[in-house]
Design a protein around this ligand. Structure first.
Ligand SMILES: *Cc1c(COP(=O)(O)O)cnc(C)c1O
Length: 408
């Protein structure tokens, strides 16, 4: 280790982080200086093709001119006034979300976890208001709902939940796409069924149309709320506005949770819900100081305005990406099938995938690994074929050079 005075700027930044920031993240060795378009630029002077886009947040890429213009204009007009007062932008964004989803109302917060929390409070309140008092939630193994106590209580991954138990009781976990288990788990005590249409953190697992359809039917039959967590898979990521649109025009959840890309990089969360679900929250029953702030809503309005015209490009470039990945995969026996839809892509490996991530980074490509052996790509919607080619070339090099023992 060099002494402090000789350490590079990047080493000093990392050292101070290690000394002063809570050590709750295992970070990759990269200090980011700035970003533009589909590239991050490191303190090391290198550029990195961002095929993770801040975990699905920077769907428009970095420093998009329309986002910069919206932020710049709004920041000098109104940033925050609290929810004690009205401002025009919350209603405008809520109206856009209604038009896009077919659901009536929106609650605004600041993150995916908070959206899941609010959805759980709505489900709990809804269940309590029904005769007999329904209290149970049905959730999926391998799911991810965020890090708050409510959100981890519906997160089907023990590593996130167990250190903090006891968490909220009354959650039944079933395997994704297990129709029999779903049928058995939902009953008169069920207040809500919650799932991600495509499980993100859990390994890019697609929910089948049959499972979604049965969940919709059971929720209706038992007067429970069907909650689709679209924090990661929603807002154009799959090539549809909402991932549940894949199941046809007749499928509609009662509650949708949104966050990651909705304000193009600014913190925001939203719960879009039916009139009946929204009626649970009377004035004073829930809230957020920052939620629905003017700045985040202004950028969300911009993002939602651009979204419909971006979907054809998402479909087109994702088809190209997937085709290139499939032919790359054919050349390596440890690389298996593709998962997900649109620009939510998992590449399944038969060996651990974690070791490939830093190697790809060395070659200028950012991605990550979930569920141990799934390489995950969440590139910005604005990538072009040339960026796909660049990513594929880097992956080819990574797969051909990394010895199996380096992937542990
Ligand atoms: C990321 C994520 C969350 C949590 O969002 P935060 O903004 O990190 O709180 C919830 N649900 C899903 C599906 C997610 O991918």
């Amino acid at each position: 280790m060099p002494v402090a005075s000789q350490a590079s700027a990047a080493e000093q930044i990392v050292a101070r982080d290690h000394q002063k920031v809570v050590r709750n993240y295992g970070r990759y060795q990269l200090v980011v200086n700035r970003a533009e378009g589909v590239y991050l630029y490191g303190e090391d002077g290198r550029r990195y093709l961002d095929f993770l886009s801040g975990i699905g947040v920077m769907a428009l890429g970095h420093s998009h001119p329309r986002v910069v213009a919206a932020i710049t204009d709004q920041i000098g007009t109104l940033v925050h006034c609290s929810n004690l007062y009205y401002h025009p932008l919350q209603g405008e964004v809520a109206q856009l979300l209604s038009e896009l989803s077919g659901l009536e109302r929106t609650f605004f917060c600041n993150s995916g976890s908070e959206a899941v929390e609010a959805a759980l409070k709505i489900a709990k309140g809804y269940g309590r208001s029904r005769s007999g008092g329904k209290t149970e939630i049905v959730a999926l193994h391998n799911s991810f709902g965020g890090r708050t106590l409510g959100a981890i209580s519906v997160t089907g991954q023990p590593k996130y939940r167990e250190p903090f138990e006891p968490v909220i009781p009354g959650v039944r976990f079933i395997a994704p796409n297990d129709l029999g288990a779903l049928e058995a788990a939902v009953g008169e005590k069920t207040a809500g069924i919650v799932f991600e249409p495509i499980l993100g953190e859990g390994g890019i697992i697609e929910i089948s149309a049959e499972f979604a359809g049965l969940a919709r039917k059971l929720a209706t039959d038992h007067d429970a709320l069907l909650i689709c967590d679209e924090v990661q898979c929603g807002m154009g990521r799959t090539g549809d506005t909402f991932a549940f649109h894949h199941w046809g025009a007749d499928f509609l959840p009662d509650v949708i949770t949104l966050a990651k890309p909705l304000a193009a990089g600014l913190p925001i969360g939203a719960v879009v819900c039916s009139e009946a679900a929204a009626a649970v929250l009377a004035p004073g029953m829930h809230g957020s100081t920052f939620g629905g702030g003017a700045l985040a809503c202004r950028v969300a309005r911009e993002f939602l305005g651009m979204l419909p015209e971006m979907l054809p490009h998402v479909r087109d470039v994702s088809a190209y990406f997937r085709a290139q990945l499939a032919s790359l995969a054919a050349g390596y026996d440890f690389v298996g099938g593709l998962r997900g839809r649109g620009l939510m892509v998992g590449l399944e490996l038969s060996i651990p995938g974690g070791g490939f991530v830093p190697r790809a980074q060395e070659l200028g490509l950012l991605m990550n690994c979930t569920a141990g052996n799934i390489l995950r790509f969440l590139p910005p919607f604005v990538i072009e074929r040339e960026h796909v080619d660049e990513a594929i070339a880097a992956l080819d090099q990574v797969f051909s050079q990394v010895p199996p023992d380096a992937t542990a």
